[in-house]
Ligand binder design. Structure first.
Ligand code: PLP
Length: 400
């Protein structure tokens, strides 16, 4: 018997204007589509009226069905919700940055010209730098040493200053540094791990987008990991309220099973972590599971939004991300691979006909210097050299 696992990969993507994005035929079930062309906006019809500025391009990311090449035939057919292809800075954190800056502008907490600072594993910093560049705020980012250098360069390209903190201080070190700098200089601290703006924006946008795009088709499983927990808490809350029979699957690295340990994070008065979590160990899934349980995540866990927990084994995120690239043409980061791995495991035990949506948080291009690309050569390998030598002209032989 074939299992139908609809996996929607979510990648933080450029928000298309609501009118311009999504499926042309919202009443039709994507499950019956022979080709996505039947439902995608017709090419050549244009995006819609010009956007006022780049921040209008945040949200409304597409959902993509995966083929049967990714998991064994008998478990097949998944939908992925992809968040990267359309968010302007290619990650789920574009939503968070927009929400934090706009809420702080509206409350008056962020003053014109004031410096904005945040601690980040990279994607938030890139998104915050984008928002600051667009609105004219100076931007300072603190980021721990191990996160990929591509991220530092992207933030600097967007005009931000990047303060790199020592590896030994882990995530709590970069968070503490950001707070110290904000206090000393009177800068606006984004507080992504604590602020309600984070999960509320996902409740208002990500959750509704998923259910709307499924157009009445029942969502059986929704699979996500966590960094701040904003996606899990906000979209999860909306999905539980509007599709109560959906099973929410929350994944974390096996090497850093903070939730699984049952040990709570001690907090300062502002909700930030007071110390490093004892169950934390370094893991390769950048953007997931810092060395503390963020307040935003904890408040989602307190509502028991999660129905199932999955631990990701070492290496599974990298290899699944590579499989997604090679088999589906979907280029996502290590956390996207890890989420997809959890979705495929879910598909293996799901009843036939299940619809599964997995969240893909960012693009693989952000990982060129990381283990994700360690096996990818820049020079020609033997196979490529053989092809080059199969005709007489322009053969670049390797240096002796
Ligand atoms: C690569 C990556 N994956 C996943 C996440 C998790 O998203 P959230 O913070 O909404 O839990 C993040 C957040 O920083 C991220 O950068």
């Amino acid at each position: 018997m074939k299992h139908i696992c609809a996996i929607t990969l979510f990648v933080a993507a450029a928000a298309l204007d609501g009118k311009a994005s999504g499926f042309l035929s919202p009443s039709a079930s994507p499950l019956t589509a022979k080709s996505t062309r039947l439902f995608a906006k017709e090419r050549g019809s244009g995006y819609g009226p010009p956007l006022e500025n780049i921040s209008e391009a945040v949200g409304n990311t597409p959902m993509v069905k995966i083929s049967n090449r990714l998991c064994p035939e008998e478990f097949l057919s998944a939908y992925h919700r992809i968040t990267f292809p359309s968010n302007p800075l290619s990650s789920v954190k574009d939503r968070l940055a927009l929400a934090i800056i706009e809420d702080a502008e509206a409350s008056g907490e962020l003053k014109p010209g004031q410096t904005v600072i945040e601690a980040t594993s990279g994607n938030t910093g890139i998104a915050v730098a984008m928002m600051c560049a667009q609105r004219g705020y100076p931007c300072v980012i603190t980021m721990a040493e191990p996160f990929s250098v591509e991220r530092r360069k992207l933030m600097r390209m967007l005009g931000a200053k990047v303060i790199v903190t020592p590896k030994a201080g882990k995530g709590t070190g970069m968070v503490e540094k950001a707070k110290e700098l904000a206090d000393k200089h009177g800068w606006f601290l984004c507080h992504q791990f604590e602020t309600e703006s984070n999960w509320k924006f996902h409740e208002k946008t990500t959750g509704p987008e998923i259910l709307n795009d499924l157009a009445g088709t029942k969502l059986d499983y929704w699979v996500t990991g966590y960094g701040t927990g904003g996606t899990f808490h906000g979209a999860g809350k909306y999905i539980k309220a509007n599709s109560p029979d959906t099973t929410i699957v929350l994944a974390e690295p096996g090497a850093a099973n903070l939730i699984g340990s049952g040990i709570k994070t001690e907090r300062n008065d502002d909700g930030s972590p007071a110390s490093s979590h004892p169950a934390f160990a370094a893991h390769p899934i950048q953007g997931w599971t810092p060395d503390f349980i963020p307040l935003v995540l904890e408040k989602g866990l307190d509502q028991t939004l999660q129905d199932e927990m999955v631990e990701i084994p070492d290496g599974a995120g990298v290899s699944m991300s590579q499989s997604l690239a090679r088999n589906e043409g979907i280029l996502t980061g290590i956390s996207g691979g890890a989420t997809m791995w959890a979705a495929v495991e879910t598909a293996k035990k799901a009843p036939a006909g299940s619809v599964i949506v997995a969240m893909l948080p960012d693009t693989g291009e952000r990982y060129l210097s990381t283990p994700l690309f360690a096996s990818i050569d820049a020079d020609m390998n033997e196979d490529e050299l053989e092809i080059a030598r199969s005709t007489p002209s322009f053969i670049l032989e390797p240096a002796a």
